[in-house]
Design a protein around this ligand. Sequence first.
Ligand code: NI
Length: 256
Amino acid sequence: MFFDTHCHLNAEHFVGEVENIIEQSQQAGVEYILVVGFDRQTNIDAIALAEKYEHIYAAVGWHPVDAIDCTNEDLIWIESLLSHPKVVAVGEIGLDHYWDKSPHDVQQTIFEQQIELALKYEKPIIVHDRDAHQAVYQTLKKYANRGLRGVMHSYSASSEMVKPFTDLGFMISLSGVVTFKNAKVPKKVAELTPLEYLLIETDAPYLTPHPYRGKRNEPAYVALVAEEIAKIKELAVSEVGKVTTANAKRLFGIEN
Ligand code: NI
């Protein structure tokens, strides 16, 4: 019924508990999970999980915060992973102007090099955008006429930016942030974005939805994101689950 399109079961927070957490998510109606890599080890672990579980898929990529650590060999290696049958996207990639570990120009270069890989292998991208909305938008626009597709993960730009991003063919993914009482903009984004352009995610272990805020997040809680969207859009939760799952399967080329 639900597709958690962005989580990090490959993060150290879940060591030794992955099996239980997956079982609980299935009981909560989570039908598919996309585990997203962000550096060497997490890319390896994302693929290992996708190989072990039929309903789990992997995305591989290099996170912008650590762009400065990404070598040419790493990019060649990431390219080699894109032929794996369970790797369905390049991510998470993007720009992060909040943390200053990697200079903006280095982030930009690593972002665009991975966009080129996505285009070459006809994969969608999973975009991390933190405090870099205009720069991300301009970058995506530059590649749009070459058929670049993807999703704005845990969308955090303004409600006015929804249309420009969806006009580029990008999907809008909402996380647990939309459930926070003071989250006016995400709620407005949920209201304005056509259901056909929405995905849902947890970004577990981060961004835990209300009423579990402050605890570790897990894929089972993606149901709470769907419930909030259903409330805002005045739809049945089952409808939100059905359409967002279909959207994700279409974007990531998942057929079964
Ligand atoms: Ni993430």
